[in-house]
Design a binder for this molecule. Structure first.
Ligand code: AMP
Ligand code: MG
Length: 327
């Protein structure tokens, strides 16, 4: 579909939402949401309410723009993710999660990836005093539980969507960012070791393994200032992404958090951000913050994978697609 076709298609969402196909997707999404929450509560998490506006938001959003607005004379942002607040909550609770909308004005080229929205929801969680390996264990168990439950409780809907969904088998394979780059370069991709992996290469990576795959140890230059640098391997972060099988791309992004004031302040400066904007956050770190690890998982991407949809806008009731004006 070209831009005009997609726009008029999405303008008429009130028609699509009555169709059996979208209704099946929305029922499956409901099951996904309750499975996520039930599972996390069963392993000791509590759900907290996320903010959707604030003086500053997640800067690590690879090429997307944030939305700013005037808040009683102060510039405010709409959350691109509530990551900074998770660290605040981690000072009070050992295991927290929040499900909240994120706004990222992604470049229009991302319409072609099939997995970018400009408004999406993320389930964000954080675990106090945990390593990134602990967080990956939580992540793979959670994803597996969700797939198991959908297969049991939504068998008819999956069948109506002709989706033959495999139950994942944790522990998932872990590959370092460095090894993944080498592997992709052998496949003919022109890549740079210090950067995030481009979307087309992410798709290739996600197709080439038969199951879910963890990519770990991203270079410092590829990520936001909050991913913790490994003390024994300067330049390497203790972080990860999870990739879906079958070419569906990235599912989860997370890692251990940098929590020491001096380090974070230095990384904010070297990333070209203004420390002044992160005033409350830096002050919190200065006064001492619990070390933690966590991740975010995009709900629409999870729905798209589970339902086997080509486009992410087929996996959300009221989609906002980059560059498209729709209700
Ligand atoms: P990130 O903060 O970019 O690492 O994103 C965290 C998670 O949110 C990703 O792993 C995705 O599942 C999801 N996500 C990020 N950007 C988008 C987007 N533009 N549209 C839909 N989901 C997204
Ligand atoms: Mg992130």
């Amino acid at each position: 579909m070209d831009k005009e076709e997609l726009q008029s298609h999405l303008q008429a969402r009130y028609k699509d939402i009555k169709k059996p196909e979208l209704k099946a997707v929305i029922r499956i999404q409901d099951e996904i949401l309750s499975a996520l929450r039930d599972h996390l509560r069963s392993v000791g998490f509590i759900e907290i309410l996320a903010p959707i506006i604030g003086p500053v938001t997640d800067p690590g959003i690879r090429g997307a723009s944030q939305v700013s607005f005037d808040y009683y004379g102060t510039q405010f942002k709409i959350m691109s993710s509530m990551i900074l607040y998770k660290q605040m909550a981690g000072n009070s609770f050992d295991k927290v999660f929040a499900l909240s909308p994120n706004i990222r004005l992604e470049p229009e080229v991302t319409r072609e990836t099939g997995r970018h929205l400009s408004e999406f929801r993320q389930l964000d969680l954080e675990i106090a005093n945990a390593s990134y390996f602990d967080a990956m264990t939580i992540g793979e168990q959670m994803v597996t539980k969700v797939v198991e439950r959908v297969k049991i409780n939504c068998a008819d809907d999956l069948e109506a969507l002709h989706r033959d969904l495999k139950i994942p088998k944790p522990p998932f394979k872990k590959v370092t960012h460095n090894d993944a780059i080498e592997l992709l370069m052998k496949k003919g991709f022109q890549l740079n070791k210090g950067e995030e992996i481009p979307w087309s290469a992410e798709t290739a990576l996600s197709k080439s393994f038969g199951d879910f795959l963890w990519l770990i140890d991203y270079p410092k230059t590829a990520r936001g200032f909050y991913d913790r640098e490994d003390e024994d391997r300067p330049g390497i972060l203790r972080d990860f992404d999870l990739f879906y099988p079958e070419g569906y791309g990235k599912a989860i992004s997370g890692g251990e958090r940098e929590y020491e004031y001096e380090k974070v302040a230095g990384r904010i400066l070297s990333s070209g951000e203004l420390p002044e904007a992160y005033k409350w956050y830096l002050q919190m770190l200065k006064e001492g913050t619990t070390p933690s690890a966590g991740f975010g998982i995009g709900v629409e991407r999870l729905t798209r994978y589970i339902c086997g949809k080509e486009y992410i806008w087929e996996a959300v009731p009221f989609p906002k697609v980059p560059g498209i004006v729709s209700p």
